[in-house]
Design a protein around this ligand. Structure first.
Ligand code: ZN
Length: 164
């Protein structure tokens, strides 16, 4: 059994269930690391609502770490990135009202590409995100702006009523 251990550990009595851990025990509880991990896993299975609440608390307290974690995961799973990209394009198509000026929208994307071609790293951003937990914007010319890529990625789908 290979295991990564968080917290202070020491050597103690070798556990009957986990002899391969050679008696590694947590200092705080003196419990076998393997047994404690199994107990933790069982607790997570038995308390899905509390696990979700704990995850949400962590995400709310660590938005930057959370975003970095997601980006690392997406880089490691390029197929999923393509899937999310397709879903986003579908959402964008649904968010285009009949009155939207498609030529203006298209010209903004062309302008963004022209900037990138001369070395200015920018992207078209939806001022009000197409999908967020509190608001859903439209894919219309008035809801688009050019932003540096880094700022756009940082902004993500966060909506700031007063802009950024
Ligand atoms: Zn054990």
């Amino acid at each position: 059994m290979s295991t990564s251990v968080r917290g202070s550990v020491s050597k103690g009595r070798v556990c009957d269930k986990h002899p391969d851990l050679f008696g590694i025990r947590y200092v705080s509880s003196s419990k076998c690391v393997g047994c404690q991990k199994e107990a933790n896993a069982q607790w997570r299975i038995d308390n899905p609502d509390r696990v979700r609440a704990l995850h949400k608390t962590w995400r709310d307290a660590n938005p930057t770490k959370c975003r970095e974690k997601v980006l690392r995961w997406l880089e490691a799973h390029p197929g999923m990135m393509a899937s999310y990209s397709k879903a986003r394009k579908a959402r964008k198509r649904k968010a285009v009202p009949l009155w939207a000026d498609k030529d203006k929208i298209h010209s903004l994307y062309i302008l963004s590409k022209a900037y990138r071609n001369v070395g200015v790293d920018c992207e078209v951003d939806h001022i009000v995100p197409l999908k967020s937990s509190i608001v859903c914007g439209l894919h219309v010319e008035h809801n688009l702006q050019l932003l540096p890529r880094k700022i756009n990625r940082y902004k993500s789908n966060i909506w700031c009523p007063n802009g950024i």
